[in-house]
Design a protein around this ligand. Structure first.
Ligand code: COA
Length: 149
């Protein structure tokens, strides 16, 4: 598996991955393209067998990083792609002198919550009716170790 910066040619594949997960907030190819104009944004691809199998997008807003979106194609689930993408996110955060990573996740999204708790995130808040005015969002945060620690 290769984790690398995303390229324009990846965005259609990212949109197809989003479509595999009904109910997951989709950016579409245009949404990923728009991120190129955001100097704080980083979008990475997880490549398996030469094809994008997953993606992550986050914003470096020192001293925090905001994780915006992360998804893996159905064919490649439970093979460590999301963990590898999160690992790179932690590397970027440490390199950028960020101390915390924040994200929101639907309280009903058990796979994602399990993933984040396994990676050291903790619940720091809850926003009722955040998604479609129905489901609550859990606010999760992870501490980032400074590079020299
Ligand atoms: C959540 C998601 C990104 C996980 O991707 P993944 O590549 O399958 O995750 P990994 O293989 O790296 O899993 C790492 C750990 O997370 C946990 N985990 C992942 N999927 C899980 C599931 N379906 N059920 C329970 N635990 C799960 C496990 O602890 C797993 O370790 P293990 O496989 O050794 O047991 C993927 O299910 C997905 O794309 N979901 C739809 C989009 C989404 O909800 N994104 C999160 C937005 S906040």
């Amino acid at each position: 598996m290769l984790i690398r910066r995303a390229r324009k040619e990846d965005y259609a594949a990212f949109a197809a991955i989003e479509a595999e997960h009904p109910g997951y907030p989709a950016w579409g190819a245009k949404g990923f393209e728009a991120e190129e104009a955001n100097r704080n944004a980083v979008t990475l691809a997880a490549e398996i067998d030469g094809r994008p199998a997953g993606f992550i997008n986050f914003w470096i807003l020192r001293p925090q990083v905001q994780l915006n979106t992360l998804a893996v194609s159905g064919a490649f689930l439970r093979r460590g792609a999301a963990s590898a993408l999160l690992g790179k996110l932690f590397e970027y955060a440490a390199k950028s002198a960020c101390r915390e990573i924040d994200l929101e996740v639907n309280e009903k999204n058990a796979p994602a919550i399990a993933l984040y708790l396994a990676r050291g995130f903790e619940m720091v808040g809850k926003r009722p009716k955040f998604y479609n005015n129905t489901d609550a969002a859990l606010l999760l945060r992870a501490k980032v170790k400074a590079k020299a620690e």
